[in-house]
Design a protein around this ligand. Structure first.
Ligand code: UD1
Ligand code: CA
Length: 447
């Protein structure tokens, strides 16, 4: 069965008190919309349609950055969830398969849960994701008989008895796409809110002789975000889950509560992550690598046996081969550090290739930017770069070459050569003693 995702995200999100559309607020380095796309993506969906409204162009840009094939449709007026889903009808014209409706502000639905819904679709026409609410508040209530779902009643329209029901609607619904749109065509807005409720399709389907059922999930999965407070809570929920998952996957976290993961961080078994490490998006750390305390990583790849930090910064395009060393106060950006190479102290390595086993001395800087353009530095194998070398790119240093400390290297260094590019030292005999005497005499006279 092929699936199309319909993700609702037209809401303004007034309570966020923000110029940014609600679904673009981030959790673990990705817009909450992307979390919903990622969860839906676990079904290998053939299509993904996002219903945007407020600042739709911005929503489209963010969605496309994650999945270039996504379709974004605009709901100009927010007339209710059924009206929102109806906006996806044209985009899915001719689509033969299931539609799964998700909310862009509900980021924690688990792939297993969606898979259970897909399973339940084998036996039922409509599948609704429900949960037992600790405090059912204003959620829609699921009216069931055995495993059959009869209808959904919105809180505003519910009787006292119906409000006593604790099995609630998460909003996630799966049905055959053609059936879904044909049911939506018949949804009216004669209700307490004057909105077109998606939830009405259940009662309408049952009246047509179609079947409906509920798949239940934990309430935590249905957590929706409406305010900055809930966003902060969601971040904490995400981080706790990510830490637990990492520990279960065999990663050592010496102080899990201080490590921050991104939505897509991949850490291999037996990797060690010391306290206060922060992962931005796009990081892979392979098995057996060590990330020492207070390091910040994003868009990079750390291979087996590499040791990073403490206090290291790996920026996008940092590619660390096996057994490399990146030490304290070293920044690496868009650079390949080949096997066994070391950059141990106080350096900036950007737009560079460092060959195998080369040692980059303390304070080395690749001067990659001329104020307008970026330039590349290439360092061969088994090179020794002396401390405080400035490598003014574009420049290359050949295999087994050396640079003298304090050199400003502006020309290529051939393999095997030693480059010295600094003023020659001149020792002036006895000059220091005479100078001190003169200065001290001046101080005594001034007092
Ligand atoms: C909805 C459900 C309710 C459920 C609850 C779970 C309906 C009628 N009610 O209620 O049963 O318990 O979610 O959180 O479906 N949206 C649009 N366009 C619209 C209206 C909404 O895109 O015209 C989007 C919102 O941005 C949001 C989602 O749909 O992401 C849900 O809308 P919201 O107004 O929050 O629905 P609830 O009243 O909470
Ligand atoms: Ca809501």
């Amino acid at each position: 069965m092929t699936t199309a995702l319909i993700i609702l995200g037209a809401g303004l999100g007034t309570r966020m008190n923000s110029d940014l559309p609600k679904v673009l607020h981030q959790i673990a380095g990705a817009p909450m919309l992307v979390h919903a796309m990622q969860a839906g993506g676990s079904l290998d969906a053939a299509r993904c349609v996002i219903v945007a409204g407020y600042e739709a162009a911005q929503v489209e840009k963010a969605a496309r950055a994650y999945d270039p094939d996504v379709t974004v449709v605009v709901q100009d007026e927010q007339l209710g969830t059924a009206h929102a889903v109806a906006q996806a009808k044209t985009a899915l014209a001719g689509f033969d398969g299931d539609a799964l409706v998700l909310y862009g502000d509900t980021p924690f639905i688990r792939p297993d849960t969606l898979a259970a819904m897909v399973d339940a679709r084998q036996t039922h026409d409509i599948v609704v994701l429900g949960f037992e609410a600790e405090d059912p508040a204003r959620y829609g209530r699921l009216i069931t008989q055995g495993d059959a779902l009869d209808r959904i009643v919105e809180f505003k329209d519910a009787t006292e008895d119906e409000r006593a029901i604790t099995l609630c609607n998460s909003g996630v619904i799966a049905a055959d796409a053609a059936t879904l749109f044909s049911l939506i065509d018949t949804v009216g807005n004669e209700n307490a809110a004057g909105e077109y409720y998606l939830t009405d399709i259940v009662g309408l389907a049952r009246a047509r002789g179609l079947s409906a059922t509920v798949v239940e999930c934990a309430e935590a999965e249905t957590l929706g975000i409406n305010s900055r407070f809930e966003l902060a809570q969601a971040e904490a929920v995400f981080q706790n889950m990510a830490r637990m998952t990492a520990l279960e996957d065999g990663v050592t976290l010496t102080a899990p509560e201080t490590v921050y993961f991104a939505y897509d961080t991949v850490v291999g078994r037996d990797a060690v992550i010391e306290p206060n490490v922060v992962f931005g998006p796009g990081v892979t750390v392979e098995s057996g690598a060590t990330i020492r305390a207070f390091s910040h990583l994003e868009g990079c790849h750390v291979s087996r046996g590499a040791v990073v930090g403490p206090y290291a910064r790996l920026r996008p395009g940092a590619e660390l081969a096996e057994n490399t060393r990146i030490g304290n106060f070293v920044e690496v950006k868009n650079a390949v550090i080949s096997e066994g190479a070391k950059v141990n102290h106080l350096s900036y390595i950007g737009d560079a290739d460092i060959g195998p086993r080369s040692n980059i001395g303390a304070g080395t800087i690749t001067c990659n930017y001329d104020g307008v353009f970026k330039h590349h530095t290439t360092i061969g194998a088994d090179v020794f770069i002396g401390s405080n070398t400035m490598l003014v790119a574009p420049v290359s240093v050949g295999d087994q070459a050396m640079t003298a400390s304090g050199s400003v290297i502006t020309r290529d260094v051939p393999a095997g050569d030693l480059a010295v590019a600094r003023a020659r030292q001149d020792n002036k005999a006895g000059f220091a003693v005479r100078l001190f005497e003169k200065l001290r005499a001046k101080k005594a006279k001034d007092q």
